[in-house]
Design a binder for this molecule. Structure first.
Ligand SMILES: Cc1cc2nc3c(=O)[nH]c(=O)nc-3n(C[C@H](O)[C@H](O)[C@H](O)COP(=O)(O)OP(=O)(O)OC[C@H]3O[C@@H](n4cnc5c(N)ncnc54)[C@H](O)[C@@H]3O)c2cc1C
Length: 575
């Protein structure tokens, strides 16, 4: 890894030892999803020594379950959430500039089956006279997209929307349902590897020189007047830290963490489950072209079909669920999502046997009665912070981060960081609006610059051009560190996932805070997501972990079983 990271990033054991020796931390962040990690990165850039603890791996909660969109939220306009849409559009555009390796423009096409339906929904909703969503017609979508373009006009990075009548739409997408009346296309952005963005932000925070640390597999258990009890989920060892300020960034688990902190009683979160499928269906992939297809079913629920490398992602559902640990796709959801494909591509067969992976998670939405009677799509997607002052029984203030889209994490983190800085009597010294993330730093934007960048890496490492291009696509400019590491030893492709190599995995093991086998399969790489996880690969990767992390044979066997059970039970992967 980059020289500065090598010197600043401590091993997990070294971080634990530092905590045993010095349990005082100015700021404790509980939860290593995108919002908690966003706060850690922001605090670190302000020079603050903060500790983030995550009970699983970084980005393994709601942040791993998103529809992978960086978007303004066209649909939220109808709920009158202009502030949120405006902020999200700005943040989307910032991500395209700050993390160009993981945030990519996405053309989105809406097939439209009616001209006028839903015309009165939006004004009636503002007046509180309509509470059931329905399918929108062309006119309402036109108004929405015009407003969307208007809100995105500052520093425009993406093209404006366009409408096509039926014949033109069918020329472009010949497999679309011919019952459509027209189609609209507009641009948003998507992120193939949200978990890697979480990781890179944590690495950036640790490399900032502020002393900020991120510990995965570390659970906040309980709290006393001055201290919070943490448990290492790998060893069972517990320790106490004494924070001056606590940030509760536990997403859908926020109320559970509040209860651990002795603040039970108030209900902040009322989440809804959303599930997605990954399909191996080349016919459907070809029918999508380069666009996401985005539409509403008859009851107004959103469905999206996203080309995802050689797979198609289908999402999503919106079902009230109070226990986030129980989120897993059900048979009924699978049937529903498959049926939805038939609505827009009626002559493309989709079979259950084509499902290579599925994922499910709970949206951390603010608690509201709106979703209790079956209309969860109407609960606000906006974020807020509930600040609880220090008391005689609890001598540190708590800031609880409620809601928050993936897209708006930077703005949300900025808001939380400003509250923490105020608590500690400190001033903001760095604005994160233009702070590049990980492999987005020094990113060569044009084709010529990219070719030049790759030539220089080839000159330096002698790796084949094609290999360097793959590394660049996977890691942005951090590919330079991967390439140097790979070139410094004997390398060979993995036998059971040949697009990855042994030294590439070893590089992750050394420098990317990998603690468990499933971290590699589910969050450092896209192997499982794209349907590449198999038992033989688990064994092969566990052996690499043994070499680099010193796992015993018993630990390897345990990790293989653990990863296999997650893949089977949470993602319906047949191993
Ligand atoms: C189905 C679905 C689709 C979505 N689609 C989009 C989209 O397309 N675009 C978009 O912008 N947003 C989307 N979102 C919203 C977005 O993913 C979430 O709002 C965001 O990821 C929330 O991040 P978070 O950090 O607040 O929560 P999380 O990512 O859940 O992080 C909280 C973390 O806290 C940890 N934790 C819990 N208890 C403890 C404890 N005791 N000690 C330590 N750690 C603990 C958990 O393990 C978890 O990792 C979607 C969400 C879902 C579920």
């Amino acid at each position: 890894m980059a020289a500065h990271q090598k010197s600043e990033t401590l091993s997990r054991e070294a971080k634990l030892q530092a905590l045993r020796e010095r349990p005082e931390v100015p700021v404790l962040i509980i939860g290593g999803g995108i919002n908690g990690i966003g706060v850690l990165r922001d605090l670190a850039l302000q020079g603050l020594d903060a500790l983030l603890v995550e009970r699983g791996d970084f980005g393994s909660g709601a942040s791993a379950a998103s529809s992978h969109m960086l978007h303004g939220g066209l649909r939220y306009l109808e709920n009158g959430e202009f502030r949120l849409v405006n902020e999200a559009l700005h943040e989307r555009d910032r991500m395209l500039l700050n993390a160009p390796h993981y945030a990519q423009p996405l053309r989105t096409t809406i097939p439209i089956f009616r001209w006028f339906s839903g015309l009165f929904n939006a004004p009636l909703k503002f007046l509180g006279a309509l509470d059931s969503p329905g399918e929108r017609g062309a006119l309402v979508i036109k108004i929405g997209l015009t407003l969307y373009d208007f809100l995105a006009r500052h520093g425009r990075t993406l093209p404006r929307h366009e409408f096509r009548l039926r014949a033109a739409a069918l020329r472009e997408y010949p497999r679309l349902n011919p019952a459509l009346v027209c189609a609209a296309s507009y641009y948003d952005a998507w992120m193939p590897s949200p978990e890697r963005i979480c990781l890179e932000l944590a690495l950036d925070a640790e490399a900032s020189g502020s002393g900020a640390r991120a510990l995965n597999y570390m659970r906040a258990l309980d709290a006393g007047a001055d201290a919070v009890l943490l448990r290492d989920e790998l060893s069972g060892e517990t320790c106490r830290v004494t924070p001056q300020v606590v940030v509760n960034a536990a997403g859908p688990w926020i109320d559970q963490v509040q209860a651990h902190l002795g603040r039970a009683g108030q209900r902040f979160i009322g989440g809804t489950k959303g599930s997605h499928l990954m399909l191996d269906n080349p016919e459907l992939l070809a029918a999508l072209g380069d666009s996401e297809i985005f539409f509403e079913n008859e009851d107004g629920r959103i469905v999206l079909l996203l080309p995802f490398f050689q797979r198609v992602m289908i999402g999503t559902t919106d079902i009230r669920l109070d226990e986030p640990d129980e989120a897993v796709i059900t048979d009924a959801e699978i049937d529903y999502l498959i049926a939805m494909v038939g609505r827009v591509f009626p002559d493309i067969a989709v079979e259950r046997s084509q499902i290579v992976f599925s994922f499910s998670g709970v949206r951390p939405l603010p608690y509201s009665d709106a979703g209790a009677d079956g209309k969860p799509g109407q609960i606000s997607r906006d974020h807020s912070i509930r600040s609880l002052p220090a008391t005689a029984e609890r001598r540190y203030p708590i800031h609880a981060l409620i809601g928050g889209k993936w897209t708006t994490f930077r703005a949300f983190a900025e808001e939380a960081t400003d509250l923490v800085l105020r608590d500690l009597g400190r001033q903001r010294r760095v604005d994160t609006k233009n702070s590049a993330i990980g492999g987005g730093r020094g990113y060569p934007t044009g084709a010529q610059e990219r070719a030049q960048w790759l030539r220089e890496r080839q000159h330096e490492t002698d790796l084949p051009a094609e290999r360097l291009a793959t590394l660049f696509e996977r890691y942005g400019t951090r590919a330079a560190d991967f390439a140097r590491f790979i070139a410094a030893g004997q390398d060979r492709p993995l036998a059971h996932a040949p697009s990855y190599s042994q030294r590439e995995i070893e590089c992750m093991l050394r420098y990317e805070m990998v603690a468990r086998l499933d971290d590699l399969l589910l969050r450092r790489s896209l192997i499982a997501m794209l349907g590449g996880a198999k038992r033989a690969l688990l064994t092969e990767m566990a052996a690499l972990c043994a070499q680099t992390l010193g796992w015993t044979a018993a630990r390897q066997a345990q990790e293989i079983e653990h990863a296999a059970s997650i893949l089977r039970d949470k993602h319906r992967v047949k191993l």
